[in-house]
Ligand binder design. Structure first.
Ligand code: KG4
Ligand code: ZN
Length: 343
């Protein structure tokens, strides 16, 4: 019989609970987003995020068990992302996970949230095809990871400043769009294709496999300051993207060009023929089609999850934990939470 894991993810501003049978069968995957709770503050307020996780997590666990038609006695192990993220938010998930593992007397498995993003692909496409290059493009991280096997990987590139998702969210905000900015920017890219503006593509041909997005963000801020009327005209339009659409589209083209160029260059450098893209930005139709075209041209096998598994979810966390469970790699109740990627 396949083991059943209950996984929690409270790294940032989404509370997510999943129940997984074996490594791939999702029995429940429930996520509550807090975007609306932070909107009035213009960004995520850490204290408020932790309180919100605390308010909903037990209800989500109960709902997930109901959806999976299980009670706690059917759970074989507890998974939790214990880094990276907001410390207060992480501690909510970790404390609940420890209490469950202690009460149920079952193994506890701590997971690196960023390492788990590529595992969203395993849920959909089957076991990981090693060796593989992972591009993780999330709100807080932009990473290139070369993986030889499960738990055997090396980060070969990262953003030296802002993550791509952070840059996208901030630029969308400059034009009056609330969090998360990715979907609206992606919509602009669909509706207004073309290069009406030529924005910078930072580090495109420099610094090996690393990224930088803060220069592009600053260029967009300067552009915005020089064109203060743009989004006020759009407010009166039936299409709210009419005025800034071509600008956001050209901006996103810069982001996608850099991600694409760096990823395929790294794949060539390391002789890797499998690429996975994961994290919230991987939900973008623009990014997916650009990667698909390039993969077809280069004979690369490309994997990306469906949109609901690109953004934060506990199913990917539990999927990675299921591999750890099989390898009997358990943690104990001393497991701690860490804000950073590497603990
Ligand atoms: O992976 P994720 O949910 O959270 C982190 O782990 O950080 O990623 C969130 C990021 C945000 O920047 C958000 O704007 C972006 O993913 N995003 C999208 C889409 N949905 C979310 N970007 C482009 N197109 C989307 N459909
Ligand atoms: Zn994430």
């Amino acid at each position: 019989m396949s083991a059943i894991g209950l996984g929690l993810d409270t790294t940032f501003d989404d509370t997510s609970v999943a129940i997984l049978r074996g490594k791939r069968e999702i029995l429940a995957n429930l996520t509550l987003s807090q975007y609306k709770d932070h909107e009035e503050f213009g960004g995520v307020v850490p204290e408020r995020a932790s309180r919100k996780h605390l308010e909903v997590i037990h209800h989500l666990i109960a709902d997930a068990l109901k959806e999976a038609q299980l009670d706690f006695s059917g759970i074989d192990y507890i998974a939790v992302s214990n880094h990276p993220g907001l410390l207060g938010s992480l501690l909510v998930g970790l404390t609940v996970a420890k209490s469950l593992a202690y009460t149920l007397q079952c193994p506890l498995i701590g997971v690196n949230h960023v390492e788990s993003h590529p595992y969203a692909n395993v849920l959909i496409h089957g076991e990981m095809q090693f060796p593989i290059l992972h591009l993780v493009v999330a709100g807080g991280h932009t990473l290139l990871i070369k993986a030889r096997d499960h738990f055997d990987y090396k980060i070969i590139g990262r953003s030296l400043d802002d993550a791509a998702g952070e840059c996208v969210d901030k630029v969308a905000k400059m034009f009056g769009h609330p969090m998360p900015g990715g979907p609206v920017v992606d919509r602009a890219a669909q509706e207004f294709p073309g290069d009406a503006f030529d924005f910078p593509r930072p580090l495109m041909h420099k610094n090996e496999h690393n990224f930088s997005f803060s220069g592009l963000k600053t260029a967009m801020l300067r552009f915005r300051e020089q064109n203060p009327d743009i989004s006020s005209s759009s407010k009166n339009s039936s299409n709210p993207l009419l005025a800034e659409g071509p600008i956001l589209s050209a901006f996103f083209q810069s982001v996608v060009d850099v991600l694409l160029h760096k990823t395929f260059k790294a794949a060539k450098f390391y002789g890797l023929n499998n690429i996975s893209v994961s994290g919230g930005l991987a939900a973008s139709r623009k990014l997916r089609s650009a990667f698909e075209e390039e993969s077809a041209r280069k004979g690369i096998q490309l994997f990306y999850p469906p949109p609901n598994l690109c953004t934060d979810n506990a199913a990917m966390v539990t999927c990675l934990a299921a591999h750890r469970f099989e390898a009997q790699q358990f943690d104990d109740l001393k497991l701690d939470a860490f804000p950073n990627l590497i603990c």
